[in-house]
Design a protein around this ligand. Structure first.
Ligand code: F6P
Length: 342
């Protein structure tokens, strides 16, 4: 059988580990051939392919990014997009697709599966906001990068008696902020699920200075103030999935804290550093096991499924379980972090 592989959406450490596992097991144990589709759904849409075999996968396990490239192309937003994908798959002799992506890429996979395309999904996103799986790969790497940054910021903040605001990724869900904030001993963690009160935040800042310790505030890019606030946007322009570019909440907060408390405050935006570079051992392990399970699903004809981590087991769930609803931080989980605020 010829199997197509694509990676879509924001890149994320571990994508290459999935591709390698899919190909290695597919070739060695199932006797499959592979077609690499370039740049997410653009590949099958435009017939943009690359050679994909064991050779192309040598040495890619620890490499960040994706050898296939990625994009946020949405075939459902393009006239005749679905028909073009079906035609190109037939032309390439591809009978099944492994789609590796987040909410958007797997959302497309879900709709294509409903239309009869043989597709299995592998969940990825540093945001960890896909339902149906305990974790997505890429998240652990992002949390470790953010935690290391917080550790480093503690010492410089203390030396200068400053407030340091660390803006991390997290459009709708505050998982990166929550985990790195707990691991890094933040004075407050602000997430999209819990609109924040600026007075309470300034009180945490003051308390922290009273104990002769400089405050570190970790904020998700999608966090919003409680009173009538909106998301802080870099641009109002939307991508093919309707997302605007977020960013700037860190700067806004630092400015506000400085004005209200009189303490010097600076902001650090971690941005795409969280998505780049080599995956952690955990993410390589998770991505590899997702890949092995995905190609077995193809071999068994178990299409319309998404690979998921449940405890330590990799299971298959219907694609819609992963994409139907985002996995958000609960009040209880947030309350655990709040114990350490101030
Ligand atoms: O979805 C993953 C993510 O990293 C979000 O946290 C962030 O809002 C978005 O992608 C940024 O996307 P881009 O790199 O396209 O600006």
């Amino acid at each position: 059988m010829r199997v197509g592989v694509l990676t879509g959406g924001g890149d994320c450490p571990g994508l290459n580990a999935v591709i390698r596992a899919v190909v290695r097991k597919g070739v060695r144990q199932h006797g499959f051939e592979f077609v690499g589709y370039r740049d997410g759904w653009r590949g099958p849409l435009e017939g943009a392919t690359m050679e994909l075999g064991v050779e192309q996968c040598r040495g890619i396990l620890p490499r960040g990014g994706t050898i296939l490239g990625s994009s946020r192309t949405n075939p459902f937003k393009i006239d005749g997009g679905v028909e073009r994908i079906e035609e190109n798959l037939a032309k390439d002799g591809v009978e099944a697709l492994v789609a590796i992506g987040g909410e958007d890429t797997l959302g497309v996979a879900t709709k294509l599966a409903d239309l009869g395309v043989n597709v299995v999904g592998v969940p990825k996103t540093i945001d960890n906001d896909l339902s149906g799986t305990d974790f997505t790969f890429g998240f652990d790497t992002a949390v470790n990068i953010a935690t290391e940054a917080i550790d480093r910021l503690h010492t410089t903040a203390e030396s200068h008696h400053r407030v340091l605001v660390v803006e991390v990724m997290g459009r709708h869900a505050g998982w990166i902020a929550l985990h790195s904030g707990i691991a890094g001993g933040a004075s407050a963690v602000l997430i999209p699920e819990q609109p924040f009160d600026i007075d309470a935040l300034c009180a945490h800042v003051e308390t922290r200075f009273k104990t002769k310790y400089a405050p570190i505030i970790v904020v998700s890019e999608g966090a919003v103030p409680a009173e009538g606030g909106d998301m802080t946007l870099v641009s109002g322009e939307k991508d093919a999935f309707g997302h605007v570019r977020l960013g700037g909440i860190g700067d806004r907060l630092a400015h506000e804290i400085e004005n209200r408390t009189g303490k010097e405050a600076r902001a650090v935006v971690l941005g795409h550093i969280q998505r780049g570079g080599t995956p952690t051992a955990f993410d390589r392990w998770l991505a590899t096991r997702f890949g092995l399970q995905a190609i077995d699903a193809v071999a068994e004809g178990d299409f319309g499924t998404m690979m998921a981590l449940r405890g330590t087991r990799i299971v298959r769930v219907p694609l819609i379980e992963g994409t139907g609803e985002l996995k958000l931080v609960s009040d209880e989980e947030y309350a655990e972090a709040q114990v350490f605020f101030g």
